[in-house]
Design a protein around this ligand. Structure first.
Ligand code: FAD
Ligand code: EPU
Length: 265
């Protein structure tokens, strides 16, 4: 187990966030010890806005045995989703194509029920193992209250591993699906971001609403509403959480949008 003081801006895709104590755990026993005091779980940090003051709790990161995976067996919650999408396609296993381009760890993708209009994490799950209150318990997906970018894990629950629901399909068919998802993501910016900032209101696109509201290109410090896609806030280099929060405030002052990101603390 490694415990270190870090800046969370070095561990989030948006590149924003202050100090924290990072606990990297590699075994179940280490996970038990790390959870003996108040904690938060970090996945790949791709849906987080961490404040400049940082967080007081331990921040737990899953490594070691939690990153091991077998596509036909258990897949560690610390494994990177983009790697699994690629490996499954190579092995002729279909079910993860809709998740192409989501830079999550498996645990973070389960927690957020990450997805695109081509499919969500919940669709690809057969079972989910969760650690909470000192026990490792296996749940069926229907027990976890999955919805649009949401789940109902037990409070403080940490996803430790999952079994995927994949089926053998011809390689060309999988490649065709991947190409379709890739094409749908073409309009998304390449700069540092945390994906879409807001959830889409039913039947609408937050990005389009922000675009129509004239917010694209709006800048506070180094945080900017992407000129390419209105629902992405990008970090041009040295953005702070304060800059990003001010942009969110200005948008939400005019548009009743619900945040998709999680703000720490
Ligand atoms: P983090 O951001 O680290 O954490 C998110 C939440 O999950 C936190 O509450 C955290 O505590 C919790 N968590 C993390 N790991 C665990 C665990 N093991 N057990 C329990 N809780 C855990 N999202 C989409 O849905 N669709 C997209 O198309 C999409 N595109 C994106 C594109 C880009 C370029 C970026 C940067 C982000 C995008 N996102 C997208 C957002 C993001 O990738 C997802 O929300 C993803 O699920 C976050 O996973 P993570 O591992 O990074 O989690
Ligand atoms: N649009 C605009 N202006 C913009 C952005 C979008 O007019 O600035 C229009 C597009 O032209 C399109 C419509 O709005 O007609 C929808 O846009 P898009 O296809 O880009 O999809 P989205 O609804 O903005 C959703 C997810 C993305 C996911 C894509 C692909 C949400 C909040 N966003 O975006 O997920 O990658 O579909 O399926 O659900 C995320 O959740 O972080 C994320 C990136």
């Amino acid at each position: 187990m490694r415990v270190e003081r870090v800046l969370l801006k070095d561990h989030t895709t948006l590149g924003v966030g202050g100090p924290a104590e990072l606990w990297t755990v590699e075994t179940r026993e280490e996970l038990r010890r790390a959870t003996e005091a108040p904690y938060r779980v970090l996945g790949n940090g791709s849906n987080l806005l961490v404040r400049d003051e940082g967080v007081p709790e331990r921040v737990i990161r899953l490594a070691g045995e939690f990153q091991a995976y077998d596509l036909r067996g258990w897949v560690g919650a610390g494994a990177l989703l983009p790697l699994l999408v690629q490996e499954a396609a190579r092995a002729g296993l279909s079910g993860l194509e809709g998740l192409l381009g989501i830079p999550a760890q498996v645990g973070g993708a389960v927690r957020m029920n990450a997805g695109t209009r081509f499919g969500e994490m919940a669709d690809a799950l057969e079972a989910v193992e969760v650690y909470h209150e000192g026990r490792f318990q296996v749940y069926l997906p229907e027990e976890l209250g999955f919805g649009y970018r949401t789940s109902r894990l037990p409070p403080g629950g940490i996803v430790t591993r999952v079994r995927l629901r994949l089926r053998e399909r011809p390689l060309e068919e999988i490649q065709r699906r991947l190409a379709e998802v890739d094409a749908a993501r073409k309009g998304q910016p390449k700069r540092k971001s945390a994906g879409c900032a807001f959830k889409n209101p039913p039947g609408q696109s937050a990005g389009r609403l922000i675009d129509e509201g004239g917010f694209k290109g709006l800048r506070v410090g180094d945080a900017m509403v992407s000129p390419e896609h209105g629902n992405f806030i990008v970090n041009l280099g040295r953005a702070t959480a304060k800059d990003v929060l001010e942009l969110l405030r200005r948008i939400q002052e005019e548009l009743p949008l619900e945040l998709e990101w999680e703000v720490w603390p």
